[in-house]
Design a protein around this ligand. Structure first.
Ligand SMILES: [Zn+2]
Length: 101
């Protein structure tokens, strides 16, 4: 619950400088749809989940994709694969945006 409050207050702050807040206008804070994605520093040396030949050194950014559904767990990807995945996601989002117009 504390985590939810923190997320909400972060959204509140980011919209707070433009006159009325989203909450004051009766709108909810814009919900992020990128719930499963994160970039974290690798706590230890590891391998990329897409290609085991891609090493991720300790301290390097690791692109973390959390599993769907009730199963816990996540997979980590190297910077190179992450950029490719994010580029694909950009294309998918552009497609969704185009479908709305
Ligand atoms: Zn990789």
């Amino acid at each position: 619950m504390i985590g939810r409050l923190t997320t909400a207050s972060r959204g509140f702050r980011s919209h707070g400088s433009i006159g009325l807040t989203a909450e004051a206008r009766g709108m909810s804070v814009v919900r992020s749809v990128l719930l499963r994605l994160e970039v974290r520093q690798a706590g230890r040396a590891s391998k990329c989940a897409r290609n085991k030949n891609h090493a991720i050194a300790k301290g390097q950014p690791r692109f973390v994709v959390k599993n769907h559904g009730p199963a816990q767990g996540e997979k980590g990807y190297c910077k190179r694969c992450a950029k490719l995945m994010i580029s694909r996601a950009h294309d998918a989002l552009d497609g969704l945006e185009a479908d709305l117009s």
